[in-house]
Design a protein around this ligand. Structure first.
Ligand code: ATP
Length: 317
């Protein structure tokens, strides 16, 4: 059984008469001990999906799903209680995740005190061990530092150490390298890969950057306007993307993987979240669209490992 199993998740805001569709139909399956990417353009619903997994949606959100489970537990019931116990989050801005007026030692200790039964001196040793595990060279100095005395890359390592301190086995990393320069970002991705191997973690990597998927994800889900349009192992997705949107994403990147490019723009506009979509959400921007693509929801093709939703025949393109 997958650690995370999401089928047909929809999240909307506003009234039933005038809904704002943040996520329209998310299918997401994450295997234990892997890094799974969730990729798509700004506004497609990546962060809101992560919030739903963490039980952090505002009260005003309307949520529905055919399946929405973590380790067999229904997340609609238990997401809040799993947060900070089995599920932790690393965000884009480590400085915002840390308290600027408290030393790192105090902040690590606060997390360890509320998540472990360890006495104080053992918590100190554990904090040092966790900071060392994230590759910070002088953990004692880091424990005595304030966040502003650390670089962005060091701050992100501290945030990762805090996530480990909670004992969480599933980490949602929301654009964790966006605020870092390329080299430091690559080091943070390598660190997450090592931690997944060494500590049996599972990571959901939220990103708009195909390079991040190529660099560190075992598999990925492509999201467009709140819909899962394709999901599969990274190698397959990069070598043979099947949905026209995934194909356009890769085509928009000259030497996508080699050159470190970001998702380039694809002609046309993303459908606004308040519009109803009758057919395929990507049809208005799709160079291969048929009449039916504008009228009816696309069927799913492929197998459980690699699937995509599209009206075109599976052997097209
Ligand atoms: N509290 C809210 N009320 C109404 N609409 C919201 C709310 N939160 C998010 N949305 C809408 O949901 C949609 C998805 O937002 P989300 O932040 O998940 O996108 P994203 O893919 O993570 O984008 P980015 O990469 O820019 O962070 C957007 O249209 C956003 O405006």
């Amino acid at each position: 059984m997958s650690l995370v199993e999401v089928q047909g998740l929809s999240i909307s805001f506003g009234s039933l008469r005038q809904p704002i569709h943040a996520v329209r139909h998310l299918d997401l399956s994450i295997e234990r001990g892997t890094i799974h990417g969730l990729i798509g353009e700004s506004g497609c619903g990546k962060t809101i999906s992560g919030m739903a997994l963490l039980g952090l949606l505002p009260q005003s959100a309307h949520v529905a799903a055919e399946a929405f489970s973590f380790d067999g537990l229904n997340l609609l019931d238990v997401a809040k209680s799993l947060r900070g116990r089995r599920i932790a989050m690393i965000s884009q801005d480590p400085a915002a995740a840390l308290n600027p007026v408290l030393r790192i030692g105090r902040q690590m200790d606060d997390v360890l005190r509320s998540h472990t039964g360890l006495p104080r001196f053992q918590r100190r040793a554990q904090a040092e061990e966790l900071l060392a595990a994230t590759g910070l060279p002088d953990p004692r100095r880091v424990l005595n530092s304030y966040p502003h005395q650390l670089s962005g890359g060091m701050q992100q390592r501290v945030v990762i150490a805090q996530a480990l301190a909670t004992g969480a086995d599933f980490i949602i990393a929301d654009e964790p390298t966006t605020a870092l320069d390329v080299t430091v970002g690559a080091q943070v991705l390598a660190l997450l890969q090592r931690l997944v191997r060494e500590r049996a973690l599972t990571v959901l990597m939220i990103t708009h950057d195909m390079d991040v998927i190529a660099e560190c994800c075992d598999s990925a889900t492509v999201l467009y306007a709140g819909y899962t349009v394709e999901t599969g192992p990274t190698d397959d997705l990069l070598a043979k993307p099947r949905h026209p949107y995934s194909q356009a994403l890769l085509a928009a990147l000259p030497d996508a993987v080699a050159k470190g490019g970001k998702l380039a723009s694809i002609e046309g506009h993303f459908p606004p979240p308040f519009t109803a979509i009758g057919g395929c959400a990507f049809a208005p921007r799709c160079s291969k669209a048929l009449a039916i693509c504008h009228e009816a929801k696309p069927p799913r093709h492929g197998c459980i490992d690699h699937s995509w939703t599209c009206h075109l025949e599976p052997h097209h393109g």
